[in-house]
Design a protein around this ligand. Structure first.
Ligand code: MD3
Ligand code: FE
Length: 217
């Protein structure tokens, strides 16, 4: 049988595709969580609205962000860091809803990372034209823990490079409900998102939302 590229595990509709050592794509994995996930996100965004961070270099990011969980990713002139307090409200970030935590832990386990307990969920919002330049995620203390990402809304072209910025990125289309787990050697690979193409998504309208679950301490 030809089960190498699309080995079926757990949810029979979620093929597991390994795209690098430690990096696994679970297409459609969030599908069964969606009915609970979308209202939970709307609730978070009411408490901690999306905002455009200014990079330490003084540039306004085209992607808007917010967070939930015990820590959130923030930026100010001194640099990037994780902080338990939302600088816009002065209050704690909204707690991570159990459905988000479950989705992240189940996806991580599916990719071979058992016991994943995220402290932070960074929520990125892309409107048409918004992009994320190639970067590494290096503000977390524990690179042994994976990052779990969930794509929602409009499809995006994800750029996946290597350990060096100069490594030519491969392109992957990420769609509503796709989940990816980034661990092992791929944890420090350069990655980014190409400018979002215009469109209208049945559930989320003219935007893409991406969740990244992280262990940050
Ligand atoms: C590969 N977000 O928030 S998610 C980010 O679609 C970020 O919003 C993108 O990169 C987005 O930092 C990509 C996929 C992803 C997340 C983290 C990774 C891929 C990764 C860490 C290491 C390698
Ligand atoms: Fe990243």
């Amino acid at each position: 049988m030809t089960a190498d590229l699309f080995e079926t595990v757990g949810d029979a509709r979620a093929p597991r595709e390994t795209i690098a050592e430690g990096a696994v794509l679970l297409r459609g994995f969030a599908g069964t969580f969606m009915a609970e996930l979308i209202p939970a996100l709307r609730d978070i965004v009411k408490q901690a609205p999306f905002r455009h961070l200014i990079t330490p270099g003084g540039h306004r990011m085209s992607v808007a962000m917010t967070n939930c969980g015990n820590a959130g990713w923030v930026s100010d002139p001194s640099g990037y860091r994780y902080d338990g307090i939302d600088p816009d409200s002065g209050k704690s970030w909204p707690p991570m809803p159990p459905v988000l935590c479950r989705l992240a832990a189940e996806a991580a386990a599916e990719a071979g990372f058992n016991g994943f307990a995220p402290e932070a969920c960074l929520i990125n919002r892309y409107v048409p034209g918004a992009k994320l330049s190639l970067h590494q995620d290096k503000d977390e203390l524990d690179y042994a823990a994976p990052i779990v990402s969930v794509s929602l809304g409009l499809p995006a072209t994800f750029l996946f490079g290597g350990l060096k910025r100069s490594d030519t990125p491969r392109r992957y289309r990420l769609e509503h409900g796709d989940v990816a787990v980034w661990g092992g050697p791929s944890r420090l690979f350069y990655h980014g998102v190409a400018p979002l193409a215009d469109g209208e998504h049945g559930v989320l309208g003219r935007q893409r939302i991406n969740l990244t679950f992280r262990k940050v301490r």
